[in-house]
Write a protein that binds this ligand. Structure first.
Ligand code: ATP
Ligand code: MG
Length: 213
């Protein structure tokens, strides 16, 4: 495929990405929230955008089906980053990865006593690493969404999830008991494409870099 294909997900990343693309002179022809199209042209004949699930962005870029993309650090850590060049932290879609538990649950005491905790999460790799580093034994339960429900339904004692305002936790009577890391979105580029299409990709990367400064 000649030209540039950029993998993006709908929602907050797309919205916050638009000004960065605009700074690089790239304007999508349609709003993916309104269109059902998964391949969207831009003002540039040689640039197109493909709309994929947030967690699929690294996969498209890894295999070169997209030359570049924008993905959260959360998603990149779960993916592993194989085949991806990650030149820029875009400082968008900022939130934090944290452990949350029901307001009445004494998480610190459970950890101190060496209780075997059940942790429900979409982020198995990050959670495994976090609890292993603390020497806390956990049973990790993989979920694909609505993590907040798990402690309420008795599936797990705590969850590992992304939090920004904390209002979803609050609405479900959960509290943040530990911050694991701060999260933002990164530009990812296929390593082979960066060499083969350098003269196309490098100006886009440079313009985005200038826009975030
Ligand atoms: P899907 O909804 O398709 O299952 P998703 O839930 O991962 O995927 P989004 O909710 O749009 O998709 O999240 C996309 C990215 O935005 C996440 O990978 C993360 O980096 C970031 N993000 C998620 N939640 C928040 C939040 N509360 N505040 C800011 N950024 C967030
Ligand atoms: Mg979502």
């Amino acid at each position: 495929m000649s030209g540039i294909t950029i993998a993006l997900s709908k929602g907050r990343i797309f919205e916050e990405t638009l000004p960065l693309l605009a700074a690089a002179g790239i304007v999508p022809a349609e709003d993916p929230e309104k269109s059902r199209k998964l391949i969207i042209g831009t003002n540039r004949d040689d640039v197109r955008v493909v709309i994929v699930r947030a967690s699929d962005v690294p996969t498209y870029v890894q295999y070169g089906a997209a030359d570049m993309g924008i993905a959260g650090k959360d998603v990149l850590l779960e993916h592993g980053g194989v085949g991806l060049y990650q030149p820029l932290d875009l400082n968008i879609a900022k939130c934090r990865m944290c452990v949350a538990a029901p307001a009445g649950f004494d998480y610190a005491a459970a950890v101190r006593q060496g209780a075997r905790l059940r942790i429900a999460t979409k982020y198995i790799a990050v959670a495994r690493e976090h609890f292993a580093a603390k020497g806390v034994h956990v049973d990790l339960i993989k979920l694909y969404g609505s993590m907040e429900l798990a402690p309420l339904a008795g599936l797990a004692e705590a969850i590992v999830d992304l939090v920004s305002s904390g209002s979803t936790l609050k609405a479900n009577n959960l509290v943040e008991v530990e911050e694991i890391m701060s999260i933002s979105s990164r530009l990812v580029v296929n390593q082979a494409a960066l060499k083969v299409k350098r003269e196309l990709l490098q100006p886009v990367i440079a313009a985005i870099e200038a826009a975030i400064r």
